[in-house]
Write a protein that binds this ligand. Structure first.
Ligand code: ACO
Length: 573
């Protein structure tokens, strides 16, 4: 085939292929058909908006509670094939990373896209280990917690508090700032975690030893007592490092979705990470490892496992550590963890709960209920047993998840910020609440209005006064700060607000008019406001103010000059 023919054939094939890469949707309400492009096996939800019954129609949306089948981003960090049980970070299989790399190398890989060379690793390790110390005030902050405070609660609050120490973190669009916060976050997480643990024991805090490895230093801060130098046990140090590698990232899981969602508001990374830790804390997510050990204790013995499984099948309880939204096959991390568990047990002695766990797994893997639902052990099923054997209390288990997940969170947060397609996360809803226009009863709630009026008694320096505004449907109280007249008298002398509604209020959720309905959810009513009365010189005044627009939450959209709204009544439809 000559090159011309070849090019023509290729073009033809491309055109045929691209015309096949569409989805044709026929709307049976209108009989119209739409061709929607398919890219990466996905259609864009925004392409559905062109599907309308009439020009005023908002357009079609997709409904996907819990994002069962919705891609919220394009990512190049972590790949999971849930049916095959495959997990790769930046193309590297998790099994190989667990065998050949360290957590810090893996964190670098997640953040920068490739494993570090020798120099990069040296620099990276230096930067992380030189950001392990925390401000002395954070120690005081931790001291404020009760002795039995859950360490995850302490982590959430303390990481959020870091944002008050590092103001440069707000500069999220600066690469330099993001790098700095990354060092700080990865460096300080183990320190804060260890300090939280020591606080619950009433033990003095142990400062970081930057000569030790990342997991070695963590063990030092947790367990060092009177030794001048702590030497971590190499088996435990490596076991912890492997567990950290396995937990470093897991694409769009609940907490990662949270850091992306919160980060999309452009808040600083400490506040966004605190939100992610909160999501991880839940028993359906990173809190599951804690729940597994509780469950195994509750079962009590191998003989009682069949009874417990019966209760699970009857829907009375869950087999914690089993099941996964994405993995419909053995979680590859659970396989590696099971091997690590035996290495730790060899050193520390077998965990008495292991036999119960193995029996649960044996029965579940053969039982129709679990097989049919593709429920396999997940990452949390065996981690708790390892952590327990290493001497950690159960409350520390989710913390041991949060520390390594920080690198994944930051990598995903950064990817979000650099993605020009991303905007503030803001899903749609299907509103099925009442469409009836409701009126707040006359004088509702009278007592609160009275309180508000007295609270707003004018203070000389503000010369504020409260005025009540009555409309047919609502009662609102707002105050003028400062009052437009310089020498205004107390409220009762200042007059009354006169309100007149415009047509917007007359469009209450008219089901026949979709466009009006949507508009009325945004702006519930508009009021033009007049203020009149007598000033201190006895001169009457009568002023037209700006238009006041009130949305469904009672918020003031555009206010009269000098006026702030103290919303009192309920305005929701
Ligand atoms: N024990 C018993 N039944 C289960 C379990 C379980 N652990 N997990 C799921 N099922 C059942 C559900 O009841 C449901 O049954 P049904 O079809 O008869 O209603 C079916 O399996 C499908 O479960 P869903 O809840 O739809 O699965 P989903 O993807 O929403 O939930 C989750 C995944 C939250 C992980 C769930 O399997 C679970 O709660 N597991 C236990 C908690 C756990 O181990 N969490 C850690 C997950 S890994 C991580 O986050 C790090």
């Amino acid at each position: 085939m000559d090159s011309l023919t070849s090019t023509a054939t290729t073009k033809k094939t491309d055109a045929a292929a691209s015309s096949r890469e569409t989805l044709t949707i026929t709307d049976n309400r209108t009989g119209k058909s739409y061709d929607v492009p398919i890219t990466h096996g996905t259609i864009r939800a925004m392409d559905l908006r062109q599907i309308k019954t009439d020009p005023a129609d908002f357009g079609m949306m997709s409904y996907d509670p819990a994002y069962n089948n919705t891609a919220s981003c394009i990512s190049r960090i972590t790949y999971i094939d849930g049916d095959q049980g495959i997990l790769r970070y930046r193309g590297y299989p998790i099994e190989e990373l667990a065998e050949k790399s360290t957590y810090l190398e893996t964190a670098y890989l997640l953040l920068y896209g490739e494993l570090p060379n020798e120099k990069q690793l040296k620099d990276w390790t230096w930067h992380i280990s030189h950001h392990t110390f925390i401000h002395e005030s954070i120690k005081k902050f931790l001291d404020g917690f009760h002795y039995d405070a859950h360490p995850m609660g302490m982590m959430i609050s303390t990481i959020a508090a870091l944002s008050t120490f590092y103001h440069d973190a707000k500069d999220i669009l600066s690469e330099e700032s993001r790098k700095k916060q990354t060092y700080r976050m990865i460096g300080k997480m183990p320190t804060i975690a260890a300090f939280a643990y020591r606080h619950t024991l009433g033990m003095p805090f142990v400062y970081p030893d930057n000569e030790l490895s990342y997991p070695g230093n963590f063990l030092n801060m947790l367990f060092r007592t009177s030794e001048t130098r702590y030497h971590p046990n190499p088996t435990l140090e490596r076991a912890l490092d492997i567990l950290f590698i396995l937990h470093a990232d897991h694409e769009q899981n609940c907490s990662t979705n949270v850091i992306r969602g919160v980060g999309s508001s452009h808040v600083d990374p400490y506040s966004a990470t605190a939100a992610a830790i909160a999501a991880l804390y839940g028993p359906l997510h990173g809190g599951a490892n804690e729940e597994v050990v509780r469950m195994l204790h509750e079962i009590g013995s191998v003989q009682k496992v069949p009874d417990f499984i019966k209760r699970v099948k009857a829907g009375e309880t869950k087999l914690m550590g089993f099941g996964h939204r994405v993995y419909k096959h053995y979680d590859p991390r659970a396989r590696i963890i099971k091997r690590v568990a035996y290495e730790v047990f060899e050193l520390m002695g077998k965990n008495p709960l292991l036999e119960i766990a193995l029996e649960c797994e044996r029965i579940a893997l053969e039982d129709e209920y679990f097989v049919k639902r593709k429920l396999y052990p997940n990452v949390d099923f065996y981690t708790g047993l390892i952590y327990q054997s290493m001497g950690f209390p159960t409350t520390m288990f989710p913390v041991l998840f949060a520390i390594p997940r920080t690198s994944g969170w930051i990598a995903q947060w950064q990817e979000l910020l650099l993605d020009p397609e991303q905007k503030i996360a803001r899903p749609r809803q299907i509103y099925l609440g009442t469409s009836r226009w409701k009126s707040v009863p006359e004088n509702f709630p009278a007592a609160r209005h009275t309180r508000e009026v007295s609270r707003c008694t004018p203070v000389p320096q503000f010369r504020s006064c409260c005025l009540r505004l009555s409309t047919v449907d609502y009662e609102l109280v707002f105050s003028c700060l400062p009052f437009p007249r310089t020498n205004c008298r107390p409220a009762e002398r200042c007059g009354i607000v006169k309100a007149s509604e415009n047509s917007m209020a007359e469009l209450p959720n008219n089901p026949a008019n979709a466009a009006h309905r949507r508009r009325s959810q945004r702006v519930l009513m508009q009021l033009s406001v007049r203020i009149y009365g007598v000033d201190t010189q006895g001169k009457p005044f009568d002023e037209e103010c700006d238009t006041l627009a009130i949305n469904a939450h009672g918020a003031l959209r555009t206010g009269p000059r000098n006026a702030t709204l103290h919303h009192q009544g309920r305005t929701g439809v």
